[in-house]
Every structure is written in C-alpha cells, then in structure tokens.
Design a protein around this ligand. Structure first.
Ligand SMILES: C=CC1=C(C)c2cc3[nH]c(cc4nc(cc5[nH]c(cc1n2)c(C)c5CCC(=O)O)C(CCC(=O)O)=C4C)c(C)c3C=C
Ligand SMILES: [Fe+2]
Ligand SMILES: [Fe+2]
Length: 369
C-alpha cells in the first residue's frame, strides 16, 4: 500500500485539533549499540551534515560510527536517569503540562503529543496516533527557539516525508522559530533572576548556544543572528550592559570551523582576563540534555576552574518550569488562532455524523471508510 490511511474512521469521530511538540531526540539507552543506531540516523541527515553523500557515507560508516558510539555511550551513562534520558524526560513532562493547560480551554477537542526528530517516539508513530484520534488540524512546534536548517528545517522535512506517505492530510501549521517571542524572553529573564536570588550573582553571564558549522551562516542560515537577537533581548530585559554578558557557541563536531566564539575556548581564557566568576545559561536548549548537563556543567566547568576560575554556576534550562510552559502555551494558542472548534455543538454533530455513517453503510455495506 503506497499511502497510509486510517481504516477505523467513523463520521461520529469528532474532528480534533492536534499539537505536536518535538525535540531533537536521544538514544534509547546509554549503550554503544543504541548510540550507533541513534547517531546513524542523526548524522545521515543531510540537513545536519552538508557533505556530499558518497564521501560522507564513507566517513560516517568507516570512521565515526566505529568510534563515537562507545565514547558517546560513556558520556550518556553519566547523565542517564532511572526513567531514561534527561531530554526525553523533560520533553515528556513539557508535553504533559502543555496538554493539561490546553485542555482547560479546548477540553477533549485537542490532542497534544510529543515526538523526537531522531529515535523515539518517532514523528511518524505519533502522527499515526494523532490521526487515529481524529486530528484534522495539526500544529507542529519544534522546541528550537532559534531557527536553523539543521534543526527546524530538518523537523519540517520529517513531517513532509511522513505526509508524502499518508492518504488524508490534516490542515497544517508549523512554528519555525521564536527567538524574540516576548513571553519566551520573559520566562528566561524571570528564571535567571530567580536563580540569582537563590544562589547569588556572578561577574558575567555566559549565554551558550549549540554551534553549527560557520559555512551554514555563510550560506544564509539565520541561526547565528537569531542567537544574538535572543541574547540581546534577554540582556536588555535583565538590564545588563555589553560587558555583563557574552554569547558563545558550544558542542563542535568535526574539524571544520564552527560559529565563534567557542564556549570552551572562552571559558579557558576568561580567568586570565580577570573574570573569575560566571553564570552560564543555554537559551537555545529548551530542555537539559547531554550537551548542557555533561558538556557545560561538567566539562566546561572544569576548564574554567582549572584556568583559575573561582565560581561557576550553571543555570538549568527552562525545562518544564511553570514560566516556560506558560510561554509555550501562549505561543501555541496564538498559532491556533482561527482553528478553534465550537465546543458546544458536540451533540448536534453527533446526530449528523451518525446519519452520515448510516448513509455510507447503506451504500457501501461493511466498509469502514
Ligand atoms: C554533526 C553536526 C551537528 C550539528 C550541525 C548539530 C546542530 C544542533 N544540535 C542541536 C541540539 C542538540 N544536539 C545534541 C546532541 C548532538 N549533536 C550532535 C551533532 C550536531 N548537532 C551530535 C553528534 C550529538 C549527540 C551527542 C554526541 O554524540 O556528542 C543534543 C542532545 C541530545 C541528547 O540526547 O541529550 C541536542 C539538544 C541544535 C539546537 C543544533 C543546531 C542549532
Ligand atoms: Fe547537536
Ligand atoms: Fe549574524
């Protein structure tokens, strides 16, 4: 069968709004074999690594997938929780709280799910479930505040690819970014202020974003500009001057040049420049994950302290904090505008849909669709 369709459709099934929250994805377990599967899917995506396919295939399968899974498995083991990967735990919690909040407004006319671009739960599996539940209007919200082809566009690709194999497509909306969305900036500012109130405030605030290769910026990816925009708006809201904060880029991969300044090089240099105490926050990560917990709060903390730093305070990602959920729910509600289903017509609809089912049964007995 070329195009997937739902065979259990009934006219009495009410149409629903669907909200699909996504994030990058994470391995199923902190083991080399699970890492090999995850990295093979992730690093085969041409949106992530823009190297000509035949060359990249040889490098990926000949070198990287032989070495990196073991190394990454070790790093993941250090952050793994009894319930699984931190990224998965936080994303599931975010989706649950978003659902609770949206249900207050839309009742059972709304279905809220979450999926991962790579690994599980996969986008296709969750879209199957949403279609089965009657979702005919779908809003997809990747939790990447700053647009990058390697993340936001890649998520769009996965949805488009899934739709290419589907018979009945929903109405569709996609949030491609929200780097300057006031409620997001406000949620971060309050979160940082609360951290300062509880733990004290250090000399400089480091805002560290996941990097991308420099050539993506040169070819027109707006990611670099959007990161700086988020930093500037956050700094303005916090009343910081230019000397009070820095924007840096972390998580390099491979040998080519990535966006600078690099977080690790910066943290190694700061104590020598007289900056001995820092707070570090990662505005581009909507949830704590390997790249924040291990790379920032362990690896980079060590670089800074070994270079003569005296205080390093990691400010956790927004995760499932009430302020973050409130901002995301606002973003979702604004993007659902005009899509609201009339709440009070359920019974009238039910009678009409029952007649539609009877009519179909009379014409095509025994057919469900
Ligand atoms: C190979 C190139 C990579 C690009 C380009 C890239 C962009 C990018 N990534 C994120 C967010 C996350 N990345 C995470 C992990 C991760 N990223 C890469 C590589 C690239 N990312 C790898 C190989 C890995 C896996 C870990 C490892 O082996 O080192 C994560 C964490 C996932 C987790 O399970 O905790 C996130 C989140 C963004 C936002 C981005 C571009 C803007
Ligand atoms: Fe990454
Ligand atoms: Fe820029």
């Amino acid at each position: 069968m070329r195009f997937k369709g739902s065979e259990s459709f009934s006219h009495r099934q009410p149409d629903k709004l669907g909200v699909l929250v996504t994030n990058l994805g994470t391995p199923d377990a902190p083991t080399p074999s699970a890492l090999r599967r995850y990295l093979a899917e992730f690093l085969s995506d041409p949106r992530v690594v823009e190297v000509p396919r035949p060359i990249w295939w040889l490098i990926l399968h000949g070198i990287i997938l032989r070495i990196r899974p073991r190394r990454s498995a070790k790093a993941y083991s250090g952050v793994w929780q009894p319930e699984g990967s931190p990224l998965l735990i936080h994303t599931a919690k975010q989706a649950e709280l978003i659902r609770d909040s949206l249900r207050e407004k839309y009742g059972h006319n709304i279905v809220v799910g979450f999926a991962m671009r790579y690994g599980n739960p996969s986008i296709s599996r969750v879209l199957d479930e949403m279609q089965e539940q009657g979702v005919r209007k779908l809003l997809v919200v990747p939790l990447y505040p700053q647009y990058s082809a390697s993340t936001s566009a890649s998520t769009f690709d996965a949805i488009a690819k899934d739709f290419m194999g589907r018979r009945w497509l929903p109405d569709f909306r996609f949030v491609s970014h929200y780097p300057d969305y006031p409620p997001y900036i406000e949620a971060m500012a309050r979160h940082i202020e609360a951290h300062w109130a509880n733990h004290g405030r250090n000399d400089k605030l480091i805002l560290s974003y996941h990097g991308v290769p420099l050539k993506y910026l040169q070819k027109g990816d707006p990611y670099h500009c959007e990161c700086h925009k988020t930093s500037r708006l956050l700094a303005e809201r916090l009343g910081l001057s230019g000397d009070d904060y820095l924007t840096t880029f972390q998580s390099r991969f491979g040998r080519e040049e990535w966006l600078k300044p690099y977080t690790d090089h910066t943290l190694k240099a700061l104590p020598g420049q007289g900056v001995k105490s820092i707070d570090v926050f990662c505005p581009g990560f909507s949830a704590d994950c390997l790249e924040t917990i291990e790379e920032i709060n362990e690896e980079n903390r060590e670089y800074f302290m070994e270079a003569g730093g005296q205080a390093f305070s990691y400010i956790p990602a927004l995760n499932a904090t009430p302020g973050h959920i409130e901002a995301l729910v606002k973003l979702i509600n604004e993007n659902l505008q005009g899509w609201t289903l009339p709440n009070n017509q359920a019974e009238a609809l039910d009678a009409r849909q029952q007649r539609a089912d009877e009519r179909r049964e009379a014409t095509y007995p025994g057919r469900t669709v």
